[in-house]
Design a protein around this ligand. Sequence first.
Ligand code: EPU
Length: 346
Amino acid sequence: MIVEQNVPLQAHNTFGIVAKARALVRVHGEADVLQLMADPEHGHVPKFVLGGGSNIVLTGDVKPLVLKIEVPGRRVVEDGPRFTVLEAGAGENWHDFVTWTLDQGHAGLENLALIPGTVGAAPVQNVGAYGVELQDRFESLDAIDLVTGKIFTLDAAQCAFGYRDSVFKHVPAKEGDFGLGGRALILRVRFRLPKPWKPVLGYADLQRKIQETGIANPSPRQIYDWVCAVRTVKLPDPRVIGNAGSFFKNPTVSPDQCQDIIAREPNIVHYPMPDGSVKLAAGWLIDACGWKGKSVGNAGVYEKQALVLVNRGGATGGEVVTLARAIQTSVYERFGIRLEPEPVVV
Ligand code: EPU
């Protein structure tokens, strides 16, 4: 086990914020975690699990011991008549994994192409895009308990998936509280891809592609290409402009609240949900408040998608947080809606 000191984290967070880990250990599998836990010096110190760094805002050097997840591996677990089960190590790059599944002829993850981050981080926020959420294709995952060293497997129900939410996002305040945040380190994730494959094309951007191209029955690869093209136009590439994807969740309101807002704001983008609530487009709310293209220091609101905050070069985590709070205030003052951030502020 090698404990690296003062490791720069700029390349390990997609916002590209400059910060350091006081100490960092690279985890390639459960053996590394068990060895670390048995270590008299580092076994009991506070720890911070870092995946692809695609959903964090670093506001300073990270004091807990950083566990950088680099668990490798991709394999077909089962290829049956009704479904295929695939497995990937938590350290695998998400988009490379999605591409690999299609290269192997396994369709089902194409709508989730080009999402930044790692396989291990994907269940934490139940990533979703273009009508598919990770939970729709999830089989199970293996994790290790950082307190007891026990390895365990969770199915979808045990992961308590919600919209951009799971059991891993909740940090229990005391023993027995709900949540595995800060405690479970995800090692491997398995996906169940149903057969026969059915395309998911309900999302407006994909309908537009069908109209534009005249391709009414796209292949999985065609959908993958469309999703990559739509994302490339709307969302900044973190390798070029630092960002953490959508900065806020899309809020839901009651139908009454929504009617109230529509009376004042007839153009508001809203989607009725199966449970009767109404989802609002946070990007539209932020845009309507005039934030597109605005900045606080070197942190800014992306010109093509107001839901994405970007690092214009040298932004600090403090600037990102200040900008986010200012946006929350103006959206609240105009619409009476509290926007909830997606990334974790560290
Ligand atoms: N809109 C505006 N102005 C903006 C941005 C959006 O008017 O600046 C309007 C759009 O015109 C559209 C609506 O808001 O009518 C929704 O926008 P979009 O289709 O871009 O999707 P979104 O709701 O903003 C969500 C996810 C994305 C995901 C896309 C596609 C959340 C928080 N975000 O964005 O996820 O890729 O749908 O499914 O749910 C992410 O989580 O990092 C992410 C990128």
